[in-house]
Design a protein around this ligand. Structure first.
Ligand code: FAD
Length: 413
């Protein structure tokens, strides 16, 4: 039976950082865009809160930076770690050539709501919440649209371009038959929240490293969002040892958290992020492009996933907005997006793999309580302030940063 049909110029599956930024940029440059988001809102926890200096520069390019910075947020000019008991500055963002020389911590749903609100001001932008992309529609070997469904109905959206920005569990990439390569990751991460006692707790957002353990704490107003790193696949062993044992392990490296840890009463209070690094050899087919986590799931090392997703969106808009608007999109335009963005994604993933293999895995393999001194790299960062600009650059700006090059344009009817 044939389905009712809508038509648009670009249909984007996924209202995450990549999909919403691309939707906004294309609509701003005159392209008719529909963004599909399977959830009814953006209130999903926890997927990262870090907005990096390069994204702040993009927001400045768009004239949105000042209003973005009116959202409640924290500004982090320097990342500091507690490495085997020594407080160590690890990355200094203050010298970066960016619109603002700091990292912003803002709940991701506030950032996505902000982008969606700005995009909705554009007449040719449509956001369909509670609407799932189920599969691509193919004709003659090319992708011509998407099958979609909400609670009431199922229908087809025909589009000159379909974008898979639907994250690492992407339906679009799967249904289009684009195979990925697993790069592999030796760690998983346990996420949980702990109440924050402003009097008793140091104000720092940062990491604590001890032999056998690593804990990252992100300040979120009244609570800490905590990430506890474990060897891949070891959650079951940890569960078998019991929750009290887990609380003791965390308290052993951050004793001031002990009273708050009592709030972890069930393993349901602790979420597993199964860390994945994936590479997509081919990001596109005729009529289809994948970006963001759908093209390259990242390790949480450096907290760069949101940033890379935004950078992909900016590059895609720079390269595709005019051909899309003028109805002359070619496969070579899609190939150009992959050429521009695959290299930065791969370089970043290699750096993450190097940190995982040379720092995190050996750290987690050490017996808890063993005496340890900070590794050479950390000691150099302690002694040489200039050196702290390098990790700041890699994390805060990354390789091949993008600027918005496509001008605003009225919608084409
Ligand atoms: C626990 C955790 C912590 C993280 N911490 C950080 C961090 O601190 N800093 C950082 O930079 N990155 C972090 N990340 C990674 C970051 O969330 C991702 O790299 C980034 O969000 C990728 O953006 P994206 O738009 O490509 O995909 P996503 O953010 O995954 O967005 C995809 C969107 O598509 C929607 N969707 C999925 N399937 C469909 C469908 N079939 N139809 C319609 N909609 C669909 C999803 O609901 C989602 O809203 C973290 C990730 C996790 C899981």
């Amino acid at each position: 039976m044939s389905q009712p049909e809508d038509t648009t110029q670009c249909c984007i599956a996924g209202g995450g950082p990549a999909g919403l930024m691309l939707g906004y940029l294309l609509a701003r440059s005159g392209v008719r865009v529909t963004v599909l988001e399977k959830h009814d809102d953006f209130l999903r926890d926890f997927r990262g809160d870090t907005i990096h200096p390069s994204t702040l520069t993009v927001l400045q390019d768009l004239g949105l930076l000042d209003s973005f910075l009116k959202l409640p947020h924290d500004e982090v000019p320097e990342l500091v770690g507690d490495v085997f008991g020594e407080i160590t500055p690890l990355a200094d963002f203050r010298h970066l050539p960016a619109a603002r020389p700091f990292l912003v911590l803002v709940p991701q749903w506030d950032f996505l709501d902000f982008l969606a609100d700005e995009a909705r001001k554009l007449p040719n932008f449509t956001l369909l919440l509670g609407t799932k992309a189920e599969a691509v529609i193919e004709e003659g070997g090319a992708v011509r649209g998407v099958q979609v469904r909400n609670r009431e109905r199922a229908w087809h959206i025909r589009a000159d371009l379909v974008v898979g920005a639907d994250g690492r569990h992407t339906t679009i990439r799967e249904s289009a038959g684009l195979p990925i390569t697993e790069v592999g990751a030796p760690i998983d991460v346990l996420w949980f929240r702990l109440e924050r006692d402003a009097q008793a707790h140091p104000a720092r957002t940062g990491g604590i490293l001890r032999p056998g353990a690593m804990l990252v704490m992100l300040g979120r107003g009244t609570y800490w969002q905590c990430a506890y790193v474990i060897p891949k696949g070891s959650l079951e062993t940890l569960r078998a040892q019991g929750l009290a044992h887990f609380r003791d392990r965390v308290a052993a490296i951050a004793p001031y958290l002990a009273p708050q840890l009592a709030a972890l009463q069930s393993w349901d209070d602790i979420r597993l992020l199964s860390v994945q690094i994936t590479d997509l050899p081919r990001w596109w087919r005729e009529g289809l492009l994948c970006i963001g986590d759908a093209a390259h799931a990242m390790s949480p090392v450096g907290g760069v996933g949101i940033n890379l997703a935004i950078q992909d969106a900016v590059a895609a808009a720079n390269l595709l907005a005019v051909p899309l608007r003028e109805g002359r999109l070619r496969a070579s335009d899609l190939e150009a997006v992959q050429k521009r963005r695959q290299w930065p994604a791969r370089v970043t993933q290699r750096a993450q793999v190097a940190v995982q293999n040379s720092l995190l895995s050996p750290l987690l393999a050490r017996p808890a309580g063993e005496h340890a001194t900070p590794p050479l790299g950390v000691r150099l960062l302690q002694r040489l302030p200039l050196l702290r600009r390098l990790p700041a650059r890699l994390v805060g700006i990354g390789v091949r940063p993008e600027r918005v090059r496509v001008a605003p344009h009225p919608p084409v009817q």
